[in-house]
Design a protein around this ligand. Structure first.
Ligand code: UD1
Length: 421
């Protein structure tokens, strides 16, 4: 296992280049299983979650190769419809294989993914949606067993207790592309990663209207062909570097950052006093005056992303004054609070609210990463803390950020990866 050692106190400066979006590439890889031909996906970040997805696809009998950020997928001879627990349990997003396998092979058996530290993470909306288009589904021995012989297009309402669901929308959308008749998804997720996947499906020959809005219409087609696609850049990685610039009082250009995908993050940071401008390359983010606290509520897109909540909390912990962060997507997603507190942050938790009494004084400490975005928050805190921060269990961060320490080092940060015994 590796750990990060960070010496805080450096103002970050320079240009950082984003990688392809993890949350787009995973459903896009799953979507290739719907086709009868070869697909080439570009701008694929070499992340451990991507390798997990490729491992599952190979297990199913799909030919997959990855070279220089391009994945070639040939699903022509796959006939294995069972994604086993030992592979699925390592990555929750593998649930998005259910829809495409079911639509293509008319039968799918996918292990229930289980919970994770950020909450219970049910899959009721995935099952409800697939049942609405005629799938016969039972849960047996920890597996979702789905039969698709009688599937037909229908109206599907996907709103849940916490709003729309990204991967449930992905699953129903993918399944509906090869399902006879018209499917209308209401209360669909609008996340840009999902729109990117829908655009890829259209290149494959799917008939889809309304992607990026809460109502998506799909007219089923008989077959889909392979296609080529370049994955969008990672808006959460962009947001993480925006906060890195803000928290260190730096001046950073984030290459490929897309303003349209970052509206809520830009709004909160500008309200806090950060200067953000569009450049030819992407976005320039700098701190030109002292910051003030802002309240944040996470919501499905276009609201403030839950995947940026922990990073925002790190920033508010060092911004003088009181702020309230309300988590409306995963109300239990506060594992980072205790670790930030070990560094001197003053945070009171009244789930789903965190009340933060910001101060400029936090100090380096040994801390433990608990999940992907919590790890990012600890790095951000480490960058501004006095002294040395040691972050253990950083395999979490390798799931979603490619070469993060090299990118930070290039901006001047004192961060290194060490083997942990
Ligand atoms: C995706 C993202 C993840 C992000 C999350 C919310 C990927 C690979 N992962 O996860 O990084 O944090 O969106 O933006 O894209 N829910 C139900 N029933 C369901 C499904 C979800 O109640 O059947 C609830 C969840 O518990 C949560 C909320 O809906 O409270 C949103 O979850 P969802 O959008 O499904 O998250 P994922 O798609 O799994």
């Amino acid at each position: 296992m590796d750990r990060f050692i960070i010496e805080g106190g450096v103002r970050l400066k320079g240009t950082v280049e984003l990688s392809g979006a993890k949350n787009a590439v995973l459903p896009i890889l799953a979507a290739t299983l719907l086709t009868n031909g070869k697909s080439i996906i570009r701008n694929v970040p070499p992340l451990s979650d991507v390798y997990t997805m490729l491992r599952i696809m190979r297990y199913l009998g799909v030919k997959v190769t990855m070279e220089d950020g391009a994945v070639t997928v040939d699903p022509r001879n796959y006939s294995n419809y069972r994604a086993p627990y030992k592979l699925v349990s390592t990555m929750r997003a593998s649930i998005c294989l259910l829809g495409p396998i079911l639509a293509k092979l008319k039968h799918a058996e996918v292990s229930m993914p289980g919970g994770c530290v950020i909450g219970t993470r049910p899959i009721d909306l995935h099952l409800k949606g697939l049942r609405s288009i005629g799938a016969d589904i039972k849960i047996e021995h920890g597996y979702v067993i789905a039969d698709g012989k009688n599937m037909k297009g229908s109206r599907v309402y996907l709103g849940g207790k916490f709003g729309s669901s990204v991967l449930a929308t992905a699953n129903i959308l993918m399944a509906a592309t090869l399902t006879k008749g018209k499917t209308v998804i209401e209360s669909a997720a609008c996340e840009p990663e999902l729109t990117d996947m829908a655009n890829f499906l259209c290149k494959m020959g799917a008939k889809i209207k309304g992607q990026g809005t809460p109502i998506i219409e799909i007219e089923g087609v008989r077959s889909l062909s392979g296609a080529q696609h370049s994955v969008i850049y990672d808006r959460i990685e962009a947001g993480t570097f925006m906060i890195a610039a803000a928290i260190t009082g730096g001046d950073v250009v984030i290459k490929h950052a897309c303003v349209n995908h970052l509206g809520a993050v830009i709004d909160r940071l500008e309200n806090a006093g950060i200067k953000i401008s569009k450049t030819k390359e992407g976005l320039r983010v700098r701190k030109t005056r002292s910051l003030k606290p802002v309240d944040v509520t996470t919501l499905p897109y276009p609201g403030f992303p839950t995947d940026m909540q922990a990073q925002m909390m790190a920033l508010m912990s060092v911004t003088k004054g009181i702020s309230i962060i309300t988590e409306k997507v995963y109300p239990e997603r506060f594992m980072h609070v205790s670790e930030l507190s070990r560094m001197g942050a003053q945070i009171m938790l009244e789930t789903p609210n965190a009340i933060i009494k910001g101060s400029s004084k936090i100090s380096g400490a040994p801390v433990m990463a608990s999940d992907l975005r919590a790890s990012a928050a600890l790095i951000l805190a480490g960058l501004v803390a006095k002294g040395k921060t040691e972050i253990s269990r950083i395999y979490h961060i390798d799931r979603g950020y490619h070469n993060i320490e090299e990118k930070f080092e290039k901006l001047g940060a004192r961060i290194k990866r060490e083997k942990e015994y």
